[in-house]
Design a protein around this ligand. Structure first.
Ligand SMILES: [Ca+2]
Ligand SMILES: [Ca+2]
Length: 200
């Protein structure tokens, strides 16, 4: 091989070497870029999953469900709340609305009792403060159903003084015939149902 050819061959090999290493560099660069891009995306998605998880941790339920009748006591319990923050309860029912705060127990639970008003859908939202923002932690909706019991207690076809006298004689008891709204006691709510169905 001539000296000239030797030079040409060396140049060719050198070019090949350089181009191979250029490709390698590009691959390494691409690899590094992909890793750099993937890390924050992974961190973001892990964080998102964590916050979704945190939001799904809290839940509420009601006993009894459905709630039957006006003036019936129902108990709402909740769990999974952050322990060192107030739980802000916002309630809406067919009548209107109200809001109050509860301090969760050491295990992150809440519980409160209330009496039903008008029949219909009751909706309860529970919020907690997270980094100075109110975050919806749990929602609950349930039905309050009108009792189908008739105010005609003695079953004679009219609601009158005879039914009122039976109601009065069973006042404060658990008598199922006179407990028109089914809240477990013969009380003012039953008298009110009787009054609104009064035939005279
Ligand atoms: Ca009657
Ligand atoms: Ca009752």
């Amino acid at each position: 091989m001539k000296a000239d050819d030797l030079v040409k061959e060396s140049v060719r090999q050198a070019r090949q070497y350089i181009s191979y290493h250029k490709q390698l560099d590009i691959f390494i660069l691409l690899g590094v870029l992909i890793i750099l891009l993937t890390i924050p995306l992974t961190v973001i998605s892990v964080n998102q999953a964590r916050s979704l998880e945190a939001r799904a941790e809290a839940m509420m339920s009601v006993i009894p469900n459905p709630v039957i009748g006006r003036g019936t006591e129902y108990t709402v319990t909740g769990s999974g709340f952050t322990t060192n923050e107030w739980v802000s309860i916002s309630m809406a029912d067919p009548g209107c609305c109200m809001a109050f705060n509860l301090w969760p127990s050491e295990s992150g639970s809440i519980s409160f009792n209330r009496l039903t008003g008008d029949p219909g859908t009751y909706k309860i939202d529970a919020y907690q403060r997270e980094r100075n923002k109110l975050v919806l932690k749990a929602t609950l909706s349930f039905e309050v159903i009108e009792s189908s019991k008739s105010a005609d207690i003695n079953d004679d076809g009219v609601v009158n003084i005879f039914d009122a006298s039976i109601l009065a004689s069973r006042w404060g008891t658990r008598d199922p015939d006179a407990d028109l709204n089914g809240n477990g006691v013969v009380d003012i709510f039953d008298a009110s149902i009787m009054a609104s169905n009064w035939d005279g």
